[in-house]
Ligand binder design. Structure first.
Ligand code: URA
Length: 434
């Protein structure tokens, strides 16, 4: 077998057999296939795609290139919720303790934020001394005791994805739907769960800008999961404005705690309730949304969800009293109110602009080695559909250094698109694919 022949097959739109994929990928991982040949292969996939079976096997090869995390002592129904990345996306912060309160457990790997999107690891690291599990035993222990098992990605998990992603980054092949699908799913399949729920964000602030692309990515990921015996559901959610009211790190933890206390922004509530409903339905506990709603409402009103948050923070080394006293979290020194120059209805809040406005004041990373400031962020006072008078506050920027504050303010102002006509209620859940 020669690599050049395999590239040629893909170049002409053919399908590689499992043996051919074994040959290509094993030799690439061991360094025998050079980057220039793999680059040609990736570009052929970019143009010609992959069949469903080919993609499932490709994903399995990626998954099996490194360590996997499977448990023999986990009693609970395990849910892995993954987001394709959004702005103000604190769903994991809320969902973990809530799923635990309704009798399930989360087991998942989470990442740090990059660019205009935030990461779960950064948000929780706002809490002094907070440390995520770094071994499988720690993950099992914390998931069994608190129902929330979240671990950071390590280089040992799916090393083939790491190698291929670096190459895709410099060969303009990141935005290939089959390559994105296999990259995400290889990491999901590396950790045991009973159900994978993919929150596929759609819109301005998301990786997938159009519903068509989001649908295709979802279909491919759901097919990979289900074909490999892992129940997988994709929920397409709106990212035409940031999710919830806060963008940053410690302010998103606060918003998450408020949500677990019953104080929600409507969009965050709709997304979280839908995900918990799907988990309860797949576990076989409910048959419709209103049954799930009653169970979720109770877990919030009786304090069970919030208690799980306390337990999770405490077992992770952090001070659980932050739940009752936000002053124990990092707080920015300065605040700037961004005021509207016009009147009108908010039609859109460009999520990418807001994410970048938070990034330039230090809430996010422009490059992966940047140090972030957990205290800073943005709070939205107006959301899509709201009416704004000239002079009303649109948002507040919490900042420490004034170096980029004017740039940030301009980005926030530019993000708000106002129109004269009343704006219809937007949909937060766009589609569910399973
Ligand atoms: N996220 C991933 O993990 N991989 C991709 O290729 C794109 C987004």
């Amino acid at each position: 077998m020669r690599v050049v022949d395999l590239i040629d097959i893909k170049k002409k739109g053919g399908v590689l057999s499992n043996e051919e994929l074994d040959f290509l990928l094993d030799n690439y991982l061991s360094g025998k296939v050079p980057d220039y040949q793999m680059s040609a292969f990736l570009m052929s996939v970019y143009f010609n795609g992959m069949s469903d079976d080919e993609l499932s096997y490709f994903t399995l090869k990626m998954r099996d290139s490194g360590d996997t995390i499977f448990f023999d002592n986990m009693e609970k129904y395990l849910v892995d919720k993954h987001s394709t990345g959004g702005v103000g996306d604190k769903v994991t912060v809320v969902l973990g303790p809530l799923l635990a309160a309704v009798g399930m457990a989360t087991t998942k790997l989470s990442g740090k934020g990059l660019g205009h999107t935030g990461g779960t690891i950064d948000k929780f690291e706002s809490i002094d001394n907070f440390k995520f599990s770094s071994t499988k035993d720690e993950l099992v222990n914390i998931a069994n005791k608190t129902g929330v098992g979240i671990m950071g990605y390590s280089d040992k998990i799916v090393p083939l994805d790491k190698k291929l992603y670096s190459l895709r980054d410099v060969t303009a092949t990141v935005d290939s739907i089959p390559l994105i699908a296999s990259s995400i799913m290889s990491k999901k399949l590396a950790v045991q769960s009973d159900l994978i729920i993919l929150d596929v964000k759609v819109g301005d602030g998301a990786f997938m800008k159009t519903i068509e692309d989001a649908r295709e990515l979802s279909r491919r990921m759901v097919n990979i999961g289900n074909s490999l015996g892992r129940k997988t559901i994709a929920v397409l959610t709106n990212m035409e404005e940031p999710l919830g009211l806060n963008i940053g790190n410690s302010n998103e933890i606060i918003e998450g705690i408020e949500a677990l206390s019953g104080n929600w922004s409507n969009d965050l509530k709709e997304v979280v309730y839908t995900l918990v409903y799907l988990a309860l339905k797949n576990k076989g506990e409910v048959s419709n949304f209103s049954e799930a709603e009653k169970i979720i409402d109770k877990a919030i009103s009786d304090g069970a969800a919030l208690d799980n948050m306390r337990k999770f923070i405490k077992m992770s080394g952090g001070n659980e009293n932050i739940v009752d006293d936000y002053k124990l979290l990092p707080t920015a020194e300065n605040k700037l109110k961004v005021v509207s120059n016009y009147s009108g209805y908010v039609n859109k809040i460009k999520a990418e602009n807001i994410g970048k406005a938070a990034m330039v004041i230090g809430a996010g990373r422009a490059t992966k080695d940047d140090i972030i400031d957990h205290a800073v962020g943005i709070t939205l006072y107006k959301k899509v559909g709201d009416f704004v008078n000239k002079g009303d506050i649109l948002a507040e920027i919490q900042y420490n250094s004034s170096k980029s504050i004017e740039i940030s303010k301009k980005m926030v102002l530019d993000a708000y698109i106002l129109v004269d006509k009343k704006v219809d209620n937007k949909k937060n859940i766009l589609e569910i694919i399973e």
